[in-house]
Design a protein around this ligand. Structure first.
Ligand SMILES: NC(=O)c1ccc[n+]([C@@H]2O[C@H](COP(=O)([O-])OP(=O)(O)OC[C@H]3O[C@@H](n4cnc5c(N)ncnc54)[C@H](O)[C@@H]3O)[C@@H](O)[C@H]2O)c1
Length: 277
């Protein structure tokens, strides 16, 4: 690694597992100091101890005081906040819109959207107080770009996270604070394993089949996008959503059109106009 994040301090919610954990590992390898903010005390403490220049802060992103405390831990322990990653999440409510209990809907949005709002709010406050030109990064999803990629509440929250990202980016740009999101496709993590009940090997094969690039994605690929956005290489990037999905949204299903015999499937008049000028 090349020390791209040397001297930077980051808070990562959901940093104890999956995408957050991989991001913590890559940030640490690139020289960042970290607060791992998660509800999973055992995994979070173990990861912080392993990484060294990192502390764990038990955080429930639904609770405003917890989010504020994680950011305070960064400024008190490491002296500043350069990067806030709002990443904690789960699948939440699944099932038909007709059957979804209101409380399932509310609980999903409380973590997946309100938690991101709280992270943006308290990171912006900390950066404003210290006049830090930091960066705020949110984990969206391809489920935030179109329907059919996630359950209703999850997809709604992720669409809203993208809206929040752009809206907060526009407010904070004059202060030099950049706000961006990463929208992963299916990544082999405990979240997707819990959703599908499939083992890693089955998930890998399914993902390879669904992706135009023929690739399954692992948390490291998403960590790479966060590392870029947190680094000075992205100094001119704000209000963006970087999709990392092995081409799934570019071409949701791999068509077989290219395998057919050459033909023109359309009105003959259009072809005639091109052929005869
Ligand atoms: N895995 C995928 O295919 C995928 C795709 C697109 C987006 N995402 C998003 O990536 C993010 C991370 O998911 P993952 O796949 O790494 O899952 P994961 O289950 O591996 O990790 C999620 C982490 O969030 C923590 N968490 C859950 N609720 C929390 C709360 N209220 N407060 C604090 N921490 C909490 C968990 O303890 C866990 O450590 C989520 O926002 C998810 O929606 C995942």
């Amino acid at each position: 690694m090349s020390g791209r994040l040397k001297g930077k301090v980051a808070v990562i919610t959901g940093g104890a597992s999956g995408i957050g954990e991989a991001t913590a590992r890559m940030f640490s390898a690139e020289g960042a100091q970290l607060v791992i903010a998660d509800m999973d005390v055992v995994a979070g403490e173990a990861l912080a101890a392993e990484l060294g220049e990192a502390i764990f802060c038990r955080t429930d992103v639904m609770v405003e005081d917890d989010v504020a405390a994680a950011i305070l831990a960064a400024t008190q322990t490491f002296g500043q906040l350069d990067c806030m990653i709002n990443n904690a999440g789960f699948v939440g409510a699944v099932g038909s819109i007709c059957d979804t209990p209101y409380e399932h809907w509310r609980a999903t949005l409380a973590v997946m959207l309100d938690g991101v709002f709280l992270g943006c709010k308290h990171a912006a406050l900390a950066m404003r107080v210290s006049s830090s030109k930091g960066t705020i990064l949110n984990t969206a999803s391809v489920a935030g770009l179109r329907g059919g990629f996630g359950a209703h509440a999850y997809s709604t929250a992720k669409h809203a996270v993208i809206g929040l990202t752009r809206s907060v980016a526009s407010e904070l740009a004059p202060e030099g604070v950049r706000v961006n999101a990463v929208a992963p496709g299916a990544v082999v993590t405990p979240l997707i394993q819990n959703l599908t009940g499939a083992d890693n090997d089955t998930l890998r094969k399914l993902a390879e089949k669904a992706s135009p690039l023929g690739q399954a994605m692992y948390p490291r690929e998403i960590a790479g996008a966060f590392t870029y956005l947190a680094s000075d290489d992205a100094a001119h990037v704000t209000g963006e959503v970087i999709t990392v999905d092995a081409g799934v949204t570019m071409a949701p299903e791999v068509s077989d059109f290219h395998k057919a015999d050459a033909a023109f499937l359309g009105p003959q008049a259009a072809l005639d106009r091109i052929s005869h000028g």
